[in-house]
Design a binder for this molecule. Structure first.
Ligand SMILES: [Zn+2]
Length: 463
């Protein structure tokens, strides 16, 4: 059931030209320097001709198209929406032209734009679009960046007709084959003592409770650890991006925001962390993803954080509003779009991208650095319950896909999960992930550095 406050879907028309321009812009961002070959629907007689198979889908408001047709591509089974299953060959070369039998423009647009989220009225108890309502869950491809596979088909076609090889984006000063974005949402700095103190009370161990309370009042909390977090990340040659939550007030339904205040003392510590190369951005509190006023007021009060980027607390994101609101307040980048319930690719894409604003039928101006892996997803009563030894093996294939297409591995590890008492999704599991990413040759970049890499190259108009 949709929550009673869900705004109605009121999209502007999405024409074939808009879809084509939106998708090709991202294709050219994925392969900088790609030759300017005419790519389009067959009726336009381009050199790379794509079958037009959307059959009015984008004139309607159904959240999901017909089931995809699975094809083998580069050793993977890949789901193709808007495909002609009767066409045996996906890609045909005719002289210096190429014909693609599946409508990969429509399929890429469908996934990248978040069409399913906009038109679905399913929301979870935090009013988010649930993984359970997604095509990624229905057809089991959340760990496959399907849009990158579509682009790989297109790349092969462009290489054939142009005679030039295309190369994926390179990252950082070392021109690495892929990037990693390591971030920490700072929700809690003062609450490490609470769970053990509660347990002591329940077990009527009043002596232990008294000791824990005394420690809490006289010593720093184990979660008050931002410098230690930065040191753990720096140990792997990376720099942390901290998302700071500037509200200690609970949401009206009782869901907590921060357990700390942004005091002058904390500001000073953040300054020192910045001097050491870390970055800080805004972690917008509950209730800001669907209210322009609330979002704007938070940004005004915390402009120095807001101007560096954003992620919504609880990964709150109302698909019918948030992209429009974020665009209006003007964050350079956002990094909210991942499924809390499962690691992988919410928009089936492993590169940063410009979300689609359905109310204006064009791309937004802020860059989305999608979130692939959140610590809580891996072990939480509401999400997965992976054993510690199973975490890295589960993630390795996801990182391999990102490396394959020159994307960004975005990993969120909350500062509270650097507490050595956490042996489920704690510092040891973070260390294993970082060691793996380093061995694979990732360039570790902050959110701001990733945004810069796009801002300097993409001078294309806003379609
Ligand atoms: Zn949070």
């Amino acid at each position: 059931m949709p929550p009673p406050t869900l705004p109605p879907a009121a999209p502007a028309p999405v024409s074939a030209e808009v879809r084509l321009a939106y998708v090709l812009r991202h294709f050219r961002l994925a392969y900088p320097g790609a030759p300017d070959v005419a790519i389009g629907y067959a009726s336009q007689q381009p050199r790379v001709a794509i079958a037009d198979l959307s059959t009015g889908f984008f004139d309607g408001n159904a959240p999901h198209p017909a089931a995809p047709h699975w094809r083998a591509w580069q050793g993977r089974q890949v789901p193709f929406f808007f495909d002609n299953a009767a066409a045996e060959s996906l890609l045909i070369f005719q002289g210096n032209k190429a014909i693609i039998a599946a409508d990969i423009i429509s399929a890429a647009f469908y996934l990248l734009s978040g069409w399913q989220e906009y038109f679905s009225s399913e929301r979870d108890r935090h009013r988010r679009f649930p993984y359970g309502a997604s095509v990624q869950q229905q057809y089991n491809f959340v760990t496959l960046p399907v849009v990158n596979y579509y682009f790989d088909v297109l790349k092969t076609a462009v290489e054939h007709v142009s005679g030039q090889p295309l190369h994926p984006r390179r990252w950082g000063s070392q021109q690495a084959g892929f990037a990693a974005f390591i971030s920490h949402d700072v929700d809690n700095l003062r609450s490490a003592w609470k769970a053990p103190a509660k347990a002591a009370l329940k077990q009527r161990k009043f002596g232990l409770f008294g000791k824990l309370l005394w420690q809490h009042l006289t010593q720093p909390d184990a979660w008050d650890n931002l410098e230690a977090v930065a040191a753990s990340t720096a140990h792997h040659g990376a720099k942390s991006t901290f998302f700071m939550l500037p509200s200690a007030k609970k949401a009206p339904n009782g869901t907590p925001n921060a357990d700390y205040e942004l005091t002058l003392d904390l500001e000073r510590r953040l300054q020192n962390l910045r001097a050491a190369g870390c970055e800080q951005a805004l972690h917008t509190p509950l209730g800001t993803d669907d209210s322009y006023e609330a979002l704007r007021n938070t940004c005004r009060r915390h402009w120095s954080l807001a101007m560096r980027g954003n992620r919504f607390h609880y990964l709150s994101w109302e698909p019918r509003q948030t992209a429009t609101l974020v665009n209006k307040v003007g964050f350079p980048f956002d990094s909210t779009l991942g499924f809390a319930e499962y690691f992988g690719f919410r928009n089936s894409y492993c590169q940063p991208f410009y979300p689609f604003d359905f109310t204006s039928s064009q791309a937004v101006e802020f860059l989305e650095i999608p979130l692939n892996v959140m610590d809580a997803t891996l072990h939480h009563p509401n999400y997965l319950q992976l054993k510690p030894a199973d975490i890295l093996p589960a993630l390795r294939p996801v990182f391999a896909e990102i490396k394959r297409f020159g994307g960004v591995a975005s990993v969120l590890w909350h500062n509270e999960n650097f507490d050595p008492a956490n042996t489920k999704n704690g510092p040891q599991q973070f260390h294993e992930i970082m060691t793996h990413l380093r061995q694979q040759g990732a360039a570790f970049l902050t959110g701001g550095e990733i945004w810069q890499a796009f801002a300097s190259e993409d001078s294309a108009p806003n379609f």
